[in-house]
Design a protein around this ligand. Structure first.
Ligand code: URA
Length: 217
């Protein structure tokens, strides 16, 4: 079973659940069709959301069952917010929404400036009260880590204080960039792969997650 490597900072969790690992392997197969890949992304994201929300606070509420009145646990505070890093993040957000359908959803779009190679924001839409919600930022591939780090920085500027980041796969290089830039943000992944190649693809990886989710090239 996959485990969080000992040398990783404490903020990093590798989700070793057998179903997650099995589905990730199927996603890596180059023969998996667009439909299959999308379905697996949805399923694995639902399972990730389960892990990511393990420690959400509960409060007691009085309810009526058909039999009697009882004090029952219910999620405390505001609904969480999922922020998708466009465009592949949408494939993860969909699956998380299956588990938490009342979550708010934000989007952030970033492109890499060809001269400076720095991420530049081209789109941002967030709930007004993002600062009062647990915010889960999602992107399937943590490659160089620059977009993820920039997205978290932007969300902090927008007032978010409770942040988590979730990806399917991470490169060690991207994990280092992200955790050094945001040591306060818990990071969840299903695997830390071997390396980034010279084109910033994760190896062995699963290819281009956006293209595989949407059948583009
Ligand atoms: N983005 C992807 O979709 N795949 C990679 O391997 C790296 C970045």
């Amino acid at each position: 079973m996959a485990e969080t490597p000992a040398q990783m900072p404490k903020q990093v969790t590798v989700i070793g659940h057998p179903l997650v690992q099995h589905k990730l392997t199927l996603m890596r197969h180059k023969e998996s069709s667009t439909g299959k890949f999308r379905q697996l992304a949805r399923e694995i994201s639902l399972l990730m959301a389960y892990e990511l929300t393990r420690d959400l606070p509960l409060e007691m509420r009085e309810i009526q069952t058909p039999m009697e009145t009882m004090q029952a646990p219910i999620l405390a505070g505001k609904k969480l917010c999922i922020v998708s890093i466009l465009r592949a993040g949408d494939g993860i957000a969909e699956g998380m929404l299956d588990l938490v359908p009342s979550a708010r959803v934000g989007h952030i779009g970033l492109y890499r400036d060809p001269k400076t190679l720095e991420p530049v924001e081209y789109y941002l839409k967030l709930p007004e009260d993002v600062g009062e919600r647990l915010v889960i930022v999602v992107d399937p591939m943590l490659a160089t880590g620059h977009s993820a780090a920039a997205a978290l920085t932007r969300l902090k500027q927008a007032g978010a204080t409770q942040l988590r980041f979730a990806c399917l796969l991470a490169a060690p290089e991207g994990m280092k960039v992200l955790t050094e830039a945001h040591p306060d943000v818990p990071v969840f992944t299903c695997s830390i792969d071997r390396e980034l190649d010279s084109h910033a693809y994760i190896r062995p990886g699963l290819g281009d997650a956006g293209d595989r989710l949407y059948g583009t090239k």
